[in-house]
Design a protein around this ligand. Structure first.
Ligand code: C2E
Ligand code: MG
Ligand code: MG
Ligand code: MG
Length: 291
């Protein structure tokens, strides 16, 4: 994908609108400062099991509390951080913070598995397994409570290396999710060789599920694959009850999306988990009284 505004290289001077170079330079300065000042934070988006209604886990999603522009989503800074070589540092912080949070929840009696997005340079690094092991150890986070997400496209850059890296990560006990699946042009044959625990079906299929027979057929075949392989099939971007009804009928295991919850703070996750557990317990009491 072409990025005309990449970096501050002078060769593309003519293509940049007036002031764009200054903007880029300012963003770079601000991002370096943001790492020093710890202006990043994590929100967590809940994932719900359709089988038992409980919160299965959450996905950690990074935000930047910009001193003037407010809370910024990853789209406003991730690519710039990749270009500036800052993404590994941010990624390490995200991973460490997620491990700390899992351990904190655990100390309060909550088992909330947390999924962490990896940037491609992080995933390609031979140091990743050692880093994951060290952070889990230092924070006393059980490795099986961490799920590492790589996109299908990242997995396909070098399939052989992907297999080796995923196998090594799996040996540590962490879980692996293939993110944004179905839009990355990988062959299904490869998927079989990538060790993974969760398949996250891309939002586009969910978006079209109520109107497109084709999308439904694809989701149906993915749930069949997951069920045969003992893998969790997760639908991303579920926004409407009608979509959920289809996904339930197609035997999707877990859902994530605005219908259930937007990304929320760690405290809000705690409240939601307790609330759902209470609701479910009450439902069980009611049905027990009826029988
Ligand atoms: P993703 O991993 O596919 O994460 C899901 C994105 O979809 C999140 O956007 C989430 O807020 C959004 N989303 C969730 N439910 C719905 C829904 O029902 N409808 C719609 N329209 N959107 C929904 P967000 O937080 O802006 O993150 C965007 C992307 O940024 C992520 O996509 C991920 O690729 C990347 N990202 C987020 N956090 C990190 C991080 O810590 N490190 C790296 N390298 N990338 C990250
Ligand atoms: Mg993700
Ligand atoms: Mg995704
Ligand atoms: Mg199943």
């Amino acid at each position: 994908q072409a990025r005309p505004n990449k970096g501050i290289s002078l060769c593309c001077h003519e293509q940049l609108p007036p002031g764009a170079e200054d903007d880029q330079l300012m963003l770079e300065t601000e991002l370096r400062q943001a790492l020093v000042n710890q202006e990043f934070s994590l929100l967590y988006q809940p994932q719900q099991s359709l089988e038992n209604g409980q919160i299965e886990g959450v996905e950690a999603l990074v935000r930047w509390q910009h001193p003037r522009r407010g809370l910024l989503p990853p789209a406003a800074f991730i690519t710039a951080m990749e270009d500036m070589g800052l993404i590994d540092e941010l990624g390490e912080w995200v991973l460490a913070e997620s491990c700390r949070q899992v351990a904190l929840w655990q100390s309060r009696g909550l088992r909330i598995r947390t999924a962490v997005n990896l940037a491609s340079s992080q995933f390609e690094s031979s140091d990743l397994p050692v880093l994951v092991q060290r952070l889990c150890h230092e924070t006393r986070c059980p490795p099986d409570m961490i799920e590492l997400e790589i996109t299908e496209s990242m997995a396909m850059v070098n399939p052989q290396k992907t297999i080796e890296q995923l196998s090594e990560l799996k040996r540590l006990g962490v879980r692996i999710a293939i993110d944004d699946f179905g839009v990355g042009h990988s062959s299904l044959e490869y998927l079989l060789h990538f060790p993974h625990d969760v398949l996250k079906v891309d939002r586009t299929f969910i978006k079209n599920i109520t109107t497109s027979k084709g999308s439904r057929a694809i989701v149906r075949s993915l749930t069949a694959y997951c069920s045969a392989m003992g893998i969790t099939c997760l639908a991303e971007g579920v926004e409407e009850q009608r979509q959920l009804d289809y996904l339930d009928a197609l035997a999707v295991d877990v859902i994530q999306g605005f219908l259930l919850s937007r990304p929320i703070t760690a405290d809000e996750v705690e409240t939601m988990v307790f609330q759902l557990a209470t609701d479910n317990a009450q439902k069980q009491d009611v049905s027990a009284e009826r029988t």
